[in-house]
Design a binder for this molecule. Sequence first.
Ligand SMILES: NC(=O)c1ccc[n+]([C@@H]2O[C@H](COP(=O)([O-])OP(=O)(O)OC[C@H]3O[C@@H](n4cnc5c(N)ncnc54)[C@H](O)[C@@H]3O)[C@@H](O)[C@H]2O)c1
Length: 367
Amino acid sequence: MSAGTRPSGAVDPSFWRDRRVLVTGHTGFKGAWLSLWLASLGARVTGLSDGVPTEPSLFELARIGGEMDSLTGDVRDPGAVATALAGSQPELVIHMAAQSLVRRSHAEPRETYETNVMGTVNVLDAIRSTESVRAAIVVTSDKCYSNREWEWGYREHEPMGGHDPYSSSKGCAELVTAAYRSSFFSGRAGADPPRIASARAGNVIGGGDWAADRLIPDIMRAALAGEPVQIRNPSSIRPWQHVLCPLSGYLVLAQALFDSAEHAHGWNFGPSDEDARPVDWIVRHIADLWPEQLRIERDPGPHPHEAQYLKLDSSLARGRLGWRPVMGLEQGIDVTVEWYRRLRDGEDVREMTLAQIDSAGACHKSV
Ligand SMILES: NC(=O)c1ccc[n+]([C@@H]2O[C@H](COP(=O)([O-])OP(=O)(O)OC[C@H]3O[C@@H](n4cnc5c(N)ncnc54)[C@H](O)[C@@H]3O)[C@@H](O)[C@H]2O)c1
């Protein structure tokens, strides 16, 4: 399907068939979902990560490494990144590898900056010397913005910032991406350099997340073990979305980047306003769905500072890309709890994850 006939906002399977894609961070939570989705669309996927970050992991349970070229390497090492690009000759790079945890960034600020900032420098530098690359998406976060703790949604041109090392490292990754784009990837007469975009999304939920210090993994780990759930900051409001929502945004953005260089800039992919909910609302909703009684306890802390509610304004992605979240928060929680319940019941993780991707893809076509 060509750009002219492609339905606005929809993932186009014909675009992805045989497309060579390099995904960094493919063994992590979002990377595993994305790699499985890409492979199911027929893309030729190479992954680069420094190992599998959790035990268990969606990456291993769904046997994702079997249908892609899974490389082990550190994005802090420029040579490892250059070798991965030179060997796979990707047409598209989706850079997601990161130290992704706010709390860990307080304990390991240097590692966080080295991974999230210099890792991004290394990926963009390797793209400069890999002729096959036509487009790249650098995945950052809603936390990249300077948080004024106001009510309005943040728009793409607003200043970068970040109170804690993780948020600030994502703001830095955005600044690095913008500087590389204007210095090395801007179109000069007759040239068609790689088109570099960045993508900012909020807190994601979904099956298969076992990262430390995240709400859904904390609840599900306790639920599966029959232990009490420890909740921090119950009144904190976060803009939650199911993992397939931003991932569908990345895929639609990649298609648009191939169509036109005018899409090479930053994009927000946030949830609808009504899906910004407090932690205790999420916990109660999950407790209603989980087949056994959940014991919920308050973890009194101390907890490091986390920025207050930060809302993304995703009007640009809606208007220019036709992107919409593939599901609302209630459905996102339903499918997440169902995923962990089916895991507990011994069902095949790969099949149930693919079924959730398929039904999100189907509802994507109809929005
Ligand atoms: N999960 C969320 O709620 C959320 C929200 C906003 C943005 N993000 C961003 O999305 C991306 C993916 O997040 P996630 O939740 O899948 O994270 P994750 O922690 O589950 O996975 C991180 C991935 O990066 C890899 N990685 C970490 N350090 C590396 C290094 N030095 N070299 C090579 N690989 C390395 C890990 O092996 C893993 O594959 C990250 O950039 C994250 O900052 C996540």
